[in-house]
Design a protein around this ligand. Structure first.
Ligand code: ZN
Length: 273
């Protein structure tokens, strides 16, 4: 765990208003940029980032091709710490587990869920941010589902009011508008891209920095057909807050949202075909 302002770790966790739980070093800056920037600007909010995996398996730039796994993981951890400092996060926690652990169904995954539940209890956040559970990256889905399991494993009083799953390796075209949360970048795309560029090990063969900036700008324009753009850049998340209620089955909830998208698509073409 790293505390950017050098303060007491437990106090930093307790000050958390927004807890972000992601799979990889760089996901906080690339996918959760809206809450990260908003918290960095607001003295009344504090963002705690939790990165579950060690990021060992990513595509590497040629200059890092010969690093052994330990050295590469250390590079990624140092990049994440530098990004957290620049973003003025309250804290960043690197669980550093292999991807296979959180993607398993056994005791290794249970240990991740337990660690996340302990962090939720220590932070008692107002909002939890994680991945879209319909993401196309299996590790993102594994972390989003582990986050939901962790939240449902803590007493109701320790749970946040809101849970948001931010788009990543699939956009949110599948989610009808009433389920979509807007993350206004507030004219700060360049600041968000600067944070992402702390992850230099990820930005050679893949241009994630340019890709997310393009997505945010596209989201802002394609958000509404008959209205002028009211933001220059928007991140999007799916509102998963209903999953904080133990009476709601998470898989059935997701299936219902996807089904409502299918119904919308079919209703739009019916009558013409
Ligand atoms: Zn990722």
């Amino acid at each position: 765990m790293h505390v950017p302002d050098g303060g007491d770790p437990l106090a930093a966790l307790a000050a958390t208003t927004d807890l972000g739980v992601v799979a990889h070093p760089d996901d906080l800056e690339l996918l959760l940029a809206a809450p990260v920037l908003a918290c960095g600007d607001d003295p009344a909010r504090s963002f705690c980032g939790v990165v579950v995996t060690n990021g060992a398996g990513s595509v590497r730039p040629a200059a890092m091709a010969d690093l052994d796994e330990t050295a590469f993981v250390a590079v990624r951890a140092a990049e994440q710490v530098a990004a957290a400092d620049a973003a003025r996060m309250g804290a960043v926690v690197l669980l550093g587990v292999p991807s296979d652990d959180v993607r398993s169904t056994g005791s290794q995954r249970r240990a991740v869920v337990d660690a996340l539940a302990a962090l939720v209890a220590a932070c008692r956040p107002e909002v939890v941010h994680t991945h879209d559970p319909a993401d196309a990256h299996r590790s993102h889905v594994a972390v989003a589902t582990a986050t939901v399991s962790a939240l449902r494993g803590v007493p109701t009083a320790d749970r946040p009011a809101r849970l948001i799953g931010w788009e990543g390796w699939r956009d949110l075209g599948w989610a009808p508008g009433e389920h979509v949360v807007r993350g206004d970048l507030g004219g700060r795309v360049d600041d968000a891209v600067a944070l992402a560029r702390h992850h230099a090990s990820q930005l050679g063969p893949k241009r994630y920095d340019a890709a997310v900036a393009g997505r945010w700008r596209a989201n802002a324009t394609f958000a509404a057909q008959r209205e002028a753009d009211d933001a220059d850049a928007l991140a999007r998340g799916v509102d998963l807050s209903p999953l904080l209620d133990d009476a709601v089955d998470p898989t059935a909830f997701l299936a219902d949202v996807v089904r409502s998208f299918a119904d919308e698509v079919v209703a739009a073409v019916e009558g013409w075909w």
